[in-house]
Design a binder for this molecule. Structure first.
Ligand code: PLP
Length: 459
């Protein structure tokens, strides 16, 4: 692979003013009341930073939507996309293609043993749709269990799996999805006092759900290995192994959604590597190529793949395994391996982000808890540490969300782009961010947390 690092100045199509104007006139945005938004044009980006139209620089503590794991404008990945574009820009999924073959081999090579085949999609939601379909056809069962406090995507099946308010407007959703509570020690659904109890009771609850739903009717259990947007919920030791055992007992497929947690985010190739558990299917997207070109997919176990050896798989996509996307994944995985990005992410979490956030928690009363691993951390903001009342209510918007809006504004004023969800801010910069850049971001968070502290009502 040639890594031509010379970047050519390419003139933008429009001025930032024209961009804004045409955006308002013609672009319909995700998850938004269209008249109430004013999307900021980003004019350039590099590494862990992006710049707005006034040339103001932001340190990106959100990695866009937690997908730019490799950082912005990595020259090796851009070169790979250019080379592939010159060679062969598109080919239907029914043909074989070198970029696709190599991307599948590389992805399987970093996955747990036994997951050898990849079905490519354009993103995370489609990956979960197809994982669900693979599990249903393989088992001949229909029902799927998914966790509350989860997000799996916005297509019909994926939104049905989702355990947060984004599902509500799409109901009644895909039938046959039943939700259960996963572990969350800080706000335990099981009134527990420690992680071990949380693990035991969460597993007992899941066992009961399987009992009343009928284990023999359940095709799959879907969970985010480490829950992402809904709070960076790291499973207690033993939980995932316990879920695996329950699945084995009942012939249920275990689907690990690693769309957000995979590819260095948790300091491993896949978050599941922390617990040495092997799912039957892993869904991925985001960090596989940092969204340089849309790509997602499903890693498939030998057993499930064998079901479709002599039986057609009833699913497909025009752009499954698109050469440009696959070439960027090959380059990205190669960079992650050769530049030690996984190890860097692990060390950054253990030595810089984790200790830095603990220190902030000691000084700011509004910090109820910090938790995470790798480059995947949450700060949970509260009105009262004793009652754990969240700084803003669950799913708050408008005036009720004002304290979080004030906190976010304080970050942005100081050149930090935060990730905000409900009463939390997540610390999720690119996995290639340097220790000094993280410290620069933590210093800004320190100042912005003083704004959050003003809303603290505890003693
Ligand atoms: N699964 C998880 C865990 C996610 O975080 C997301 C997106 O944020 C998705 C699935 C959906 O991915 P996409 O937006 O690429 O469809």
């Amino acid at each position: 692979m040639t890594t031509d690092t010379t970047t050519r100045e390419v003139a933008p199509l429009l001025t930032p003013g024209q961009t804004r104007e045409l955006d308002r006139a013609h672009v319909f945005h995700s998850w938004s009341a269209q008249a109430q938004i004013d999307p900021m044009p980003i004019v350039r980006a590099e590494g862990s930073y992006f710049w707005d139209e006034t040339d103001k620089r932001y340190l990106d503590f959100s990695s866009q939507l937690v997908n730019v794991n490799i950082g912005y404008q990595h020259p090796a990945i851009i070169a790979a996309i250019k080379e592939q574009a010159e060679r062969l820009v598109t080919v239907a999924p029914g043909f074989a293609n070198d970029a696709r073959s190599e991307a599948a081999r590389l992805i399987a090579s970093v996955a747990p043993e036994g997951l050898e085949k990849v079905f490519f999609t354009n993103g995370g939601a489609e990956a979960n749709e197809n994982a669900m379909r693979l599990a249903r056809v393989h088992t001949g069962r229909q029902k799927v269990l998914a966790a509350y406090r989860s997000y799996h995507g916005a297509t019909t099946g994926a939104i049905a799996l989702t355990g947060d308010p984004r599902r509500w407007a799409s109901e009644p959703a895909n039938p046959g999805v039943v939700h259960f509570w996963g572990p969350y020690p800080y706000r335990s659904a099981f009134h527990t006092e420690n992680e071990q109890q949380e693990c035991e009771r969460a597993l007992a609850h899941l066992r009961d759900v399987i009992m009343v739903e009928g284990g023999h009717t359940i095709a799959a259990i879907v969970l985010e290995t480490v829950v992402g947007t809904n709070g960076i919920l790291v499973p207690p030791e033993g939980y995932l192994a316990g879920v695996r055992e329950l699945c084995d007992e009942h012939g249920i497929m275990l689907i690990a959604d690693e769309v957000m947690s995979g590819f260095a985010r948790c300091g491993e190739w896949f978050a599941i590597d922390h617990w040495a558990v092997t799912p039957d299917l892993i869904t991925f997207a985001k960090g596989v190529n940092s969204g340089y070109v849309p790509l997602g997919g499903v890693l498939i176990s030998r057993e499930i793949a064998a079901t479709f050896d002599d039986r057609a798989y009833p699913g497909g996509l025009t752009y499954s395994g698109h050469p440009l996307a696959c070439a960027s994944a090959v380059a990205s995985i190669t960079v992650m391996r050769d530049e030690g990005v996984i190890e860097h992410a692990r060390t950054l979490g253990a030595e810089v982000i984790g200790p830095g956030l603990q220190e902030l928690a000691q000084r700011h009363p509004s910090v109820g808890e910090v938790r995470g691993l790798g480059v995947f951390w949450a700060i949970e903001l509260v009105r009262d540490r004793a009652t754990r009342e969240p700084l803003v209510p669950y799913n708050a918007s408008g005036a009720a969300a004002a304290p979080m809006a004030a906190f976010a504004a304080a970050c942005k004023e100081r050149g930090l782009w935060p990730f905000i969800h409900f009463n939390r801010t997540h610390v999720v910069p690119p996995c290639t961010t340097s220790a000094d850049e993280v410290r620069e971001g933590l210093a800004i968070l320190d100042e912005a947390l003083s704004v959050a502290d003003r809303y603290y009502a505890g003693s």
